[in-house]
Design a protein around this ligand. Structure first.
Ligand SMILES: Cc1cc2nc3c(=O)[nH]c(=O)nc-3n(C[C@H](O)[C@H](O)[C@H](O)COP(=O)(O)O)c2cc1C
Length: 211
């Protein structure tokens, strides 16, 4: 089992609920499956570039023109995407560590997603539709937010964005451990909510150990 763990939280673990959930998740996952291989990517140590015109040309022009050849400079511009696509394609399970920021994911995580969802690499697209080109079976999201968001709350643009982006690649199994209500001004039970999420993260690690 190959796990690709993407960290999108810049804070130290002592200050970051989502990182603490991640620790609980991996502790129980490793107990249940010591052979699991984990590739860890800290986006703040290896930040993705913004999707740019060279990236667009490299990945999308060949979809419509098989004879397209990028320039040397355009090829160089996609080194990050190519490296991270290779990691993505080796994974069976993706794990995201993310806070909720401004009702969505940190921009650095969105930029990483923009680097790996690429035609002819992680999916094919044509008259017969979109087909996956990867082996990812599921995604575990370890998240934390100041507010609380019941399923379907339109202000939650974090989980639906992950579901939509990876649903496009055929990955519909998105599992969550989410410490909600972590703003102590608004939620008197923030500590209990976090404790519950930590238990859920540990259980999720066991569940995901043999996907
Ligand atoms: C820049 C920033 C934006 C935030 N935006 C939101 C938000 O839109 N909704 C929310 O519920 N909490 C928001 N919060 C609160 C965080 O989601 C909360 O502190 C959470 O615990 C952060 O995760 P972490 O503890 O793993 O770092 C924001 C915090 C920061 C620093």
């Amino acid at each position: 089992m190959n796990i690709l763990h993407i960290n999108a939280n810049p804070k130290p673990a002592a200050e970051a609920n989502s990182k603490q959930l991640t620790e609980a998740f991996f502790k129980s996952l490793k107990q249940a499956n010591s052979a699991a291989s984990i590739t860890a990517v800290d986006l703040y140590a290896d930040p993705p570039p913004f999707y740019d015109y060279a990236t667009y040309r490299n990945f999308w022009y060949p979809v419509f023109d098989a004879s397209f050849k990028p320039t040397a400079a355009e090829k160089k511009a996609v080194a990050y995407a190519e490296k991270h696509i290779r990691c993505f394609k080796q994974a069976n399970l993706l794990v995201f560590t993310t806070p909720m920021w401004n009702f969505s994911m940190p921009g650095i995580l969105k930029s990483w997603i923009d680097q790996v969802i690429m035609p002819n690499h992680t999916f094919t697209i044509g008259a017969d539709g979109v087909k996956p080109l990867h082996q990812v079976k599921a995604i575990a999201v370890l998240a934390s937010s100041g507010g609380a968001y019941e399923p379907g709350n339109p202000r939650d643009c974090l989980i639906p964005a992950i579901q939509a982006a990876f649903g496009f690649l055929g990955i519909t199994d998105v599992r969550l451990a989410w410490a909600q209500g972590q703003n102590p001004f608004f939620f008197k039970d923030s500590a209990e909510r976090k404790a519950k999420a930590l238990v859920e993260a540990a259980a999720l690690g066991t569940q995901c150990a043999r996907l």
